[in-house]
Design a protein around this ligand. Structure first.
Ligand code: ADP
Ligand code: MG
Length: 845
């Protein structure tokens, strides 16, 4: 192995990094013993030599082999990041998930016996770095942001990019940018190079499928060496269901009960698709197998319920792109069996794949049931690492977070529903939805592998082998091929990468996606539409940690006296819907904390409910009284309603009681509050005229401010205008009168598709506006609906959406009526030319 690595040396690199140098570490005996069992520790020398001799090294190792926790420690001990060494820069480790960045920093700090100020983390809302920081765990988004300030990464001596196999969007971009950074550094003149310290890059993957990184000549000129850590993997027997059940939660309940009643000791790990399924199964299992005294169980349930109210978070749990070639071989050697029809449905235990004499009877033994999903508070997540109470069996019910990010000790049985919830995004129309679908064969392999960490295990797949063979993709698609990337493109532009089309992406996105992102940025005024170079507005936008459209709103909101309102709006929109809907309580939800629309939801919303009543109470609250006095209650925008809720919450003292009373997710409201502060500080740092003070008792906006806010919203959603179909069909003349928005179709900008105002919108029960902008477009079971609607005045469009509109007399236009008198009495004709066929604007009222 060493021989191979030496032959891969790029010139003589070994002289530009530290001579072996040992930093003493004071680990506890217990930690030391646990480390020694990790497969990665057996490869310490090979890994360190490879890093010394190569600028880029790839490390592959099965989940749980110790990559994340140990590699940073090897580097630390060998003097990397030590101020007296030749590479005093920090050791950085990036993670796709916030929760992993925090928990791994905690774990490594604990193992090294060093405080948080030395082994620190940095995520969007939380930073513990200090002058003393040596090892820094962060999300890949944070490092991408830093890159726009310091493209050469001069602060660091090593960048470890972890979980690369997940093919998360940010991770992919990061690998591309870092490859550029290395090229840039290599191109520096001798003197300039002498001024900065060398940089090493380590890419870590839980699978051997790394060819997109190693065999991609646009990324690294020389293929980096791959070190694979042979984790000891015990055989796992795979048991398929004969039939694929409709309800995988009920099926999981049956299976877990059988395992717990009849099989020898060993933890159970269950993979489901989302938070609500997980809570539901937790409840069923806790009722059947109480493991705690009644009072504690009650407390526990309360906590779970609170966790259920956790709001939207940005970083969705994306199913890992996972190729376990080695594991598949291992699994191939295992016994794979299907069961006959009878045994699948009856009470017999033969589907467990154990011989009769191996079965035990543990009826009514306690079961220690723990949920695990991304929006669960960190402390609650960390409980899965603790041994279960004496005499109980550990049972963790998780989303694909447990697939590779975290390794739960002592798992012997895996129950896999075979599905995952994924964010889907229609590149053409911009329609976003969440769908539960089969995972990939590679992910199923990873999930099964969790059962073979500590001894031979069993994986029960709640679907048939026929479904597995026919309906499962080999691997899941890299996120970049599925996601909107305007934020990433703006970020890349701000780093001076103008030609995003030629960027060394590990998997290049479709040209269409890239050019659509560029187009939106053009509409928002963030880039020059001709040369595709970032504008000063775009530069200001790129500094703000929100999506480009929100950034635009902040930047223009600052030009008027409305910034505090715009900040509150942006904070609320970035955090996501704080309203608890019935379907959140009843229906299955996904782990990415986002909601999709379906017919059940529509039904739920039409019912007169507790929640609806509470909402009406909320509208009568003091805050609104003062607002009505002030400006009249505005009912023309869901986004302004959100602003009202933020105002009312602050007015009531920002209490959890207020949230409970009004069916608001208190965690979401807190996060909005935090983000308001953060954005205000940021704006203050960026713009001279911003006051750093956030007024918690912000007064409601005046009439004039309301109008301006709606224009700000229009500017941010300028590519999401919709106009009533009947008005367009009527040649822009008036149109039908409607009592409410039920069944009233709107025409979208980018497609022929029609859409409707969602019944949950404040605008639903009113005369539907001629034009609107929407925040979200969701494909429901029967219709596409707008959420977060704001009624707008078409007069604003030529001003705010100049990019779409052509001015001058539209000679060949059939309806020459769209005219307007300007201040100097000239008549301009406005014919917006966006959309597939050109878009007549309705008459200006
Ligand atoms: P990898 O990154 O290769 O998947 P890790 O470094 O995350 O592996 O994990 C190595 C070992 O450390 C695993 O056995 C895991 O169970 C254990 N471990 C990780 N975090 C914790 C923690 N917070 N508490 C206890 N054990 C942990
Ligand atoms: Mg890891």
């Amino acid at each position: 192995k060493l021989q191979l690595l030496r032959s891969n040396r790029e010139g003589d690199l070994s002289s530009d990094v530290a001579k072996p140098f040992y930093v003493p570490v004071n680990r506890t005996k217990e930690v030391q013993e646990a480390r020694m069992k990790l497969p990665v520790c057996g490869e310490e020398q090979v890994i360190m030599e490879a890093i010394r001799n190569n600028t880029v090294v790839v490390i592959c190792g099965e989940t749980g082999s110790g990559k994340t926790t140990q590699v940073p420690q090897f580097l630390y001990e060998a003097g990397w990041s030590h101020p007296d060494s030749d590479n005093p820069g920090l050791i950085a480790i990036t993670q796709p998930r916030r929760v992993a960045a925090v928990s791994m920093a905690k774990r490594v700090g604990y193992e090294l016996n060093l405080p948080e100020s030395v082994v620190s983390h940095q995520i969007r809302y939380d930073v513990t770095t200090s002058e003393k920081t040596r090892i820094k765990f962060m999300t890949d988004g944070v490092l991408l942001r830093e890159l726009s300030q310091d493209l050469l990464l001069t602060k660091y001596s090593v960048i470890i990019i972890d979980e690369a196999h997940e093919r998360n969007l940010n991770t992919d971009i990061l690998i591309g940018v870092v490859s550029r950074v290395l090229k840039l550094r290599a191109e520096l003149s001798r003197e300039d190079r002498a001024k900065i310290k060398p940089l090493r890059v380590v890419i870590m993957s839980a699978t051997l499928r790394v060819s997109d990184f190693t065999e991609n000549s646009t990324l690294f000129t020389k293929p980096p060496p791959v070190i694979s850590v042979n984790a000891r993997q015990y055989p796992v027997s795979i048991h398929f269901n004969k039939r694929t059940p409709e309800d995988h939660v009920a099926e999981a309940f049956k299976k877990v009960s059988k395992i717990h009643d009849r099989l020898p000791e060993g933890g159970i790990l269950i993979f489901l698709t989302g938070q609500n399924e997980i809570q539901h199964l937790c409840k069923l299992l806790r009722e059947k197998y109480p493991s705690l005294p009644p009072k504690a169980a009650l407390e526990e349930r309360k906590r779970i319920r609170q966790a259920a109210e956790l709001e939207l978070k940005r970083d969705a749990a994306i199913p890992g792109e996972a190729a376990m070639e080695s594991e598949e071989i291992a699994l191939g050697e295992n016994q794979v069996e299907d069961f006959d029809l009878e045994s699948d449905s009856d009470d017999s235990d033969s589907d467990l794949g154990f011989d009769e004499e191996e079965l035990v009877s543990t009826k009514d033994a306690p079961l220690h049931v723990l949920p695990l999903y991304s929006s669960l508070p960190t402390e609650a997540q960390l409980r899965v690492f603790q041994p279960p109470p004496e005499g109980t069996r550990l049972c963790v019910i998780a989303t694909n977070v447990a697939e590779t990010s975290v390794t739960i000790p002592g798992i012997r049985y895996v129950v896999d529903c075979g599905k995952a919830k994924e964010r889907r995004y229609d590149i053409k129309t911009g329609v976003q939805s969440f769908e539960v679908d089969w995972t990939s064969k590679a992910s199923a392999g990873q999930r099964a592998g969790r059962a073979g960490r500590t001894g031979p295990g069993h994986c029960y797949r709640l679907y048939s082998s026929a479904v597995f063979d026919h309906d499962f993709e080999q691997f899941s698609t890299p996120e970049i091929s599925r996601m909107p990337i305007e934020g990433v493109v703006l970020n890349m532009k701000s780093m001076g990468i103008d030609n995003v089309v030629n960027f060394p992406f590990p998997t290049p996105p479709e040209r269409q996606t890239l050019s659509k992102a560029e187009k939106l940025l053009g509409y928002l005024g963030a880039i020059d539409t001709d040369v595709k170079h970032i504008t000063p507005v775009g530069q200001a936008m790129a500094n703000l940690p929100v999506t480009p459209r929100f950034a635009k709103m902040l930047v223009i909101g600052n030009q008027q006296d409305c910034l505090p309102f715009v900040i509150a709006i942006v904070a609320a929109l970035s955090v996501g819907d704080p309203f608890i809907q019935e379907y959140h309580l009843e229906e299955n939800e996904d782990d990415s904390d986002d909601d999709s629309l379906d017919h059940k939801e529509l039904k739920g919303l039409n019912r007169e409910t507790e929640i609806a009543k509470a909402r009406r109470r909320l509208m009568r609250k003091k805050y609104f009284e003062s607002q009505i006095k002030h400006a009249g209650l505005d009912r023309s925008s869901d986004i302004l309603k959100l602003l009202n809720v933020v105002g009312a919450y602050e007015y009531a003292g920002a209490t959890a009681e207020f949230c409970e009373e009004n069916f608001l997710r208190s965690k979401a409201m807190e996060e909005i509050r935090k983000l308001r502060w953060q954005l205000t500080n940021l704006m203050a740092a960026l713009f001279e005229n911003v006051d750093v003070w956030v007024d918690p008792k912000m007064l409601p906006p005046t009439k004039r401010q309301i109008k301006f806010l709606k224009q700000v919203i229009t500017a941010g959603f300028i590519d999401s205008v919709a106009i009533r179909k009947d008005v367009i069909e009527n040649g822009g003349q008036g149109g039908t009168r409607f009592k409410n928005a039920r069944g009233v179709a709107y025409k979208l900008m980018w497609s022929e598709e029609e859409a409707f105002i969602h019944p949950g919108s404040i605008l639903y029960s009113q005369e539907p506006p001629i034009a609107l902008v929407y925040n979200e477009l969701f494909k429901g079971a029967t219709k596409t609906c707008f959420k977060g609607v704001t009624a707008i005045d078409t007069k604003w469009l030529p001003e705010i959406g100049k990019e779409f509109c052509s001015f001058g007399r539209p000679l060949d236009h059939p309806i020459p009526k769209y005219s307007e008198q300007t201040k100097d009495k000239k008549t301009v004709y406005v014919v917006p030319s966006f959309g597939p066929k050109g878009w007549p604007l309705p008459p200006i009222q």
